[in-house]
Design a protein around this ligand. Structure first.
Ligand code: NZQ
Ligand code: ZN
Length: 393
């Protein structure tokens, strides 16, 4: 079993009344002049933004509203936000929205406390030593950014999407009211669930086989998300089901389901190239790759895929035919993705086949010109990446 550090400093306030605590949390974590950062308008239409602003006004906290974050959040807006924060002497960034607003807020928070260009962190040229405090009001359970140490930004000029993780990327607080997720369109709901499950699957598909507690927590999380996916799609206002998804989203990516195990992350790395190049929804990019990835790597650790088939997908174990059981588990997951209307090939994702030239380029970027590999369960080099992208068509 591997040694590990479990660090989850985020205060999570969860439930129907969670939003009533925003001003109190802002003050508790030192916000006096706050940048409220949000997306393309869903929080305006829902009245959530107004509610947050009213609370801050009543509490005597100064704030500026700064919207316009798009899915796969852009570096240009981050740079604009950094300038604004400096000019207005902002001391906290409060994201109201989904993973894109949260990540954009985190990047702004890094940039304000750094003399160079914020992209340095994402390009691997600098390490953060500080950041402004960040709080979030979550509207899309998907990325787990509210509790994760990660932040993913797209450099639109280069069509380059890169993540940066550090302890300074952890939010001080997260406010999660499942009712706010009732308005999510079915596609975003499904993509979010796929992303949540994948955050735990990237950790579960490990060659470390002796950390039973982490493994069982991961299996429970995956089964719960799968069951509740059907419920929220049948009834978007099912509070209890939405709550399972929302809390699952936070736990799937806060480190709990990796303690003592090695993480894989191959699908995420390969997907980030897809959403960087084609601006597709991250969760849908993941489901378009996973079945191909799984069939490409399962022979490296058949037992791990058997456990997935039996303990997550609920299939009978056939000790005579472990490979058959493993493959049935992959098939069952693929069927689940179809059930929730997610693509299971890149052709379904893009509406056309990836060209050979695009595959070369995706693998070139993902492997940093052949300099790095991805994945741990099975290490994938540039040629493997090309093979997976090709087979995913
Ligand atoms: O922009 P608005 O108008 O708010 O609309 C959003 C957006 O169009 C809408 N939406 C959000 N909450 C809603 C809602 N619509 C109705 N009702 C609500 N309650 O949904 C659309 C998608 O929102 P977005 O924030 O882009 O989605 P998501 O939360 O999936 O975030 C995706 C981004 O996070 C990154 C992804 O790569 C992608 O860039 N990730 C971040 C991670 C992290 N920081 O730890 C980990 C992930 O693996 C992921 O890479
Ligand atoms: Zn993800």
């Amino acid at each position: 079993m591997r040694d590990f550090t479990y660090y989850t400093p985020t205060e999570v306030v969860f439930g129907r009344s969670a939003e009533d605590h925003v001003a109190e949390l802002v003050k508790k974590y030192g916000g006096h002049r706050v940048l409220i950062h949000y997306g393309g308008g869903s929080v305006v239409r829902s009245g959530l933004l107004d509610k947050v602003c009213r609370q801050l006004e009543e509490a005597g906290v100064a704030f500026i509203k700064f919207g316009g974050v798009v899915p796969n959040p852009r570096l240009d807006l981050v740079r604009e936000g950094i300038e604004l924060c400096r000019k207005e002497r902002i001391d906290m960034v409060l994201a109201v929205g989904g993973g894109s607003a949260m990540d954009s807020a985190k990047a702004i928070a890094y940039g304000v406390r750094y003399d160079g260009d914020v992209w340095d962190f994402f390009a691997g040229k600098a390490k953060a030593t500080q950041a402004l405090p960040v709080g979030v009001v979550v509207t899309n359970p998907a990325t787990g950014s509210e509790m994760s140490d990660s932040c993913v930004i797209t450099n639109e000029q280069e069509k380059d999407k890169r993540g940066y993780s550090s302890p300074f990327g952890r939010c001080r607080f997260a406010v999660s009211n499942p009712e706010r997720t009732f308005t999510l369109p079915p596609y975003q709901t499904s993509a979010g669930i796929a992303d949540i499950m994948m955050h735990t699957m990237e950790r579960y598909f490990s060659n470390d086989m002796d950390m039973a507690l982490t493994e069982h927590l991961a299996e429970a999380l995956l089964r719960t998300l799968k069951e509740n996916a059907y419920r929220v799609l049948a009834d978007p206002a099912d509070y209890v089901a939405r709550a399972q998804v929302m809390w699952g989203g936070s736990l799937a990516h806060n480190g709990l389901t990796e303690c003592g195990m090695e993480r894989d992350w191959a699908c995420h790395k390969m997907e980030h190239e897809l959403s960087g190049m084609f601006d597709v929804t991250h969760g849908a990019g993941l489901t378009a790759l996973w079945p191909t990835w799984a069939r490409y790597v399962y022979k490296t650790n058949v037992e791990r895929f058997v456990r997935f088939a039996v303990n997550v997908m609920g299939l009978p174990n056939n000790p005579e035919d472990p490979e058959g059981t493993a493959l049935k588990g992959i098939e069952a997951m693929e069927q689940f993705y179809r059930d929730i209307r997610m693509p299971v090939t890149t052709t379904e994702l893009l509406g056309r086949e990836l060209t050979d030239t695009e595959i070369e380029e995706l693998a070139r970027r993902c492997s940093h010109d052949g300099a790095i590999t991805v994945g741990k369960l099975r290490v994938l080099g540039r040629e493997d990446m090309k093979a997976v992208y090709k087979l995913s068509r």
